[in-house]
Ligand binder design. Structure first.
Ligand code: SAM
Length: 349
């Protein structure tokens, strides 16, 4: 089994770990640090690149704990390379490589002589040609705060990643939100703040045959999302509508199984009273949500969700889990919220 490390969005260790355990076969998680998971698996590296909750992935050749600096870790790797009889991976000698060093997630450099020795050793073992930029392979040295170091090679993607639209959620994060919603084979899911549709599209690709209702108040957004859904051949799964999330009158009370959403934070779009806006959102969500339903919502940490829920939704909505994360460098929280069956709870007490 080969060993790998992959990066992921900060604060989401628990859902990433559980996704890997449940959805990637023959995989053992060796350790998780914030934003980094270390695991061994039988799946091929090209498959790893397509695991949706992960960002960058690396095949690990050497790991060391209790190491006190990047420089010392690089010396450890040199000792490892010196003793090595055969490199753990084969390469085509027409290809090239370069070395990248990261000290606590920041690109860094090491002593010139030590770097030269490491380069020579890698050439000796792999027969690859050294290139300072645009190389076929990138050997990476990661040294982290937890006094650990990884010597690895970056797994490159064959797919060229398309840029994101303004306000569009990162694919990995959309996938985590869907994952937290405990997707079932058949269910009705809404994203009433669908924007560019990252959440509904992700949900449609994940599991079963859900009915997904994606809506947005903005006409342009809904027109372009309709085109996207048609292009992706997801028309039988996703229904796109122009709708105000604060008044979803076409949905009946208690009719929706899951609400997975990333509402406006009042940054791109000015919102007079953000707390009132969110209070109205939860009023409508509470009305349409089925009794066993779930809300998974990503919000800025500047919005007082807990106060709103405590003041106005006591015995109605309950926070089941929360994950603090960052979205484009801004502090955010993902809440998993359930609807309380107040009558049932009172009777059983
Ligand atoms: C943060 S963006 C959602 C981004 C989306 N998750 C994506 O990945 O593209 C919030 C969206 O809410 C929409 N919006 C704002 N107020 C709304 C309302 N009252 N009802 C429905 N949509 C609204 C905005 O037009 C915007 O597209």
């Amino acid at each position: 089994m080969k060993k790998y490390i992959s990066t992921f969005t900060t604060g989401l260790s628990e859902p990433v770990k559980s996704f890997l355990k449940s959805s990637v076969k023959n995989t053992t998680v060796l350790n998780v640090w914030d934003g980094l998971i270390y695991y061994k698996t039988e799946v091929k590296s090209q498959f790893i690149k397509s695991i949706p909750v992960l960002s960058n992935s690396f095949e690990v050749f050497y790991f060391k704990s209790n190491v006190t600096s990047l420089e010392r870790f690089a010396q450890n790797v040199l000792n490892y390379l010196n003793k090595l009889s055969k490199f753990p991976r084969q390469f085509d000698d027409r290809n090239s490589f370069r070395i990248l060093y990261f000290d606590k997630n920041t690109p860094s450099k090491i002593n010139w002589t030590l770097n030269g020795k490491i380069e020579k050793n890698i050439i000796k073992h792999t027969k690859l040609k050294l290139m300072k930029s645009k190389a076929d392979f990138e050997f990476c040295f990661h040294y982290r705060d937890e006094n650990i170091g990884f010597f690895s090679i970056k797994i490159k993607s064959k797919n060229i990643k398309k840029g994101r639209e303004k306000g569009e959620l990162k694919h990995e994060l959309a996938h985590i939100l869907v994952q937290i919603s405990e997707p079932k084979f058949k269910e009705i899911v809404i994203d009433p703040f669908a924007g560019n549709g990252s959440i509904p599209i992700c949900r449609a690709k994940v599991k079963g045959k859900p009915i997904i209702l994606a809506s947005d108040i903005d006409k342009e957004n809904t027109v372009s999302l309709k085109k996207k859904v048609k292009y992706l051949k997801l028309k039988d799964r996703i229904i796109v509508r122009q709708l105000d999330a604060l008044s979803m009158t076409r949905y009946e009370d208690n009719s929706i199984d899951k609400i997975i959403t990333d509402p406006a934070w009042g940054i791109y779009q000015k919102i007079e009273n953000i707390n009132e806006f969110y209070n109205n959102i939860f009023n409508e969500f509470y009305r349409v949500l089925a009794l066993s339903g779930l809300i998974v919502i990503l919000v800025s940490r500047e919005i007082s969700i807990k106060t709103i829920l405590n003041q106005n939704f006591k015995n109605k909505l309950i926070i089941k889990k929360e994950f603090e994360t960052l979205v484009s460098g801004k502090k955010a929280t993902i809440y998993k919220i359930g609807k309380l069956n107040f009558r049932h709870e009172s009777l059983s007490n």
